[in-house]
Design a protein around this ligand. Structure first.
Ligand code: G3P
Ligand code: MG
Length: 244
């Protein structure tokens, strides 16, 4: 049977949010120190098929590299600096491998929300790699929640690893959201705070599945979402959520 919804009300976005470089082990360490019990991060493949934790399809915004992530080998990507763009104090941070992040989450007792973030055209391969690595490397008690904007990636996970809990991600809630969640056998539904009214999100929650909403960096906004029945928010500012 699939896991029920085990998530706390706060999920640190991109491993640690905005107080450290996104999707780095330094961010994860900070999230742990702030008391976060769950983190979200993005997984993409290198050209040689290694799943790494990075958000953009290109390297410029978060690293000292240039060009497409999926045109570089893992060895090339691992030489890049993924910390100094955020602040020189974080120089030396690397793009973490998915395996490293899963192992660190298990060691810290933190629940992972693995977002499959395929480079264009790699929806199936990225999903397959995510499933493989979870099977080989995850040692935590509760299974990681696997989410994606890619319907194709989620279909792939559903078909090859039906035990893994899935969440569909959407920017704006589509008219056929219930049909999509049912077809993918999801346990959760993630949507954007900016692109949907609290009213719409609350209605979806009342008629559907547990929902996690991104990106909420303001406590009053989080309180309004929780009051509307929303189960969790992704935040870049986990320091503003004391005690959850
Ligand atoms: O999973 C929630 C959130 O991470 C989705 O947006 O672009 O930050 O991956 P993005
Ligand atoms: Mg993400």
């Amino acid at each position: 049977m699939k896991a029920t919804w085990p998530y706390p009300q706060l999920i640190a976005h991109r491993l640690g949010g905005a107080l450290a470089p996104e999707n780095t082990l330094a961010g994860l360490a900070l999230a742990a120190r702030l008391g976060c019990r769950a983190v979200e991060f993005d997984v993409m493949l290198s050209s040689d098929g290694v799943p790494l934790v990075i958000h953009d399809e290109t390297l410029e915004r978060t690293t000292n590299g240039k060009g497409q992530v999926n045109l570089r080998t893992a060895a090339q990507l691992r030489q890049l600096d993924a910390g100094a763009r955020h602040h020189p104090a974080f120089a030396g941070q690397r793009i973490p491998t998915f395996v490293e992040v899963l192992q660190a989450c298990a060691d810290l007792g933190i629940l992972p929300n693995v977002e499959i973030k395929p480079a264009s055209g790699f929806d199936v391969e990225t999903a397959e790699a995510v499933v493989r690595v979870i099977a080989d490397a995850w040692r935590g008690k509760t299974l990681p929640l696997v989410s994606s904007f890619s319907y194709r990636s989620l279909e792939t996970v559903r078909d090859i690893a039906p035990h893994l809990p899935l969440a569909l991600e959407v920017v704006q809630v589509p008219d056929d959201w219930r049909e999509q969640l049912a077809a993918l056998d999801c346990v959760g539904f993630h949507a954007s705070a900016k692109d949907n009214s609290i009213d719409v999100l609350g209605k979806c929650r009342r008629h559907g599945l547990p929902m996690a909403i991104w990106t909420v960096n303001d406590w009053a906004e989080a309180e309004a979402l929780y009051a509307a029945g929303i189960d969790a928010v992704f935040s870049d500012r986990p320091d503003l959520f004391p005690g959850i």
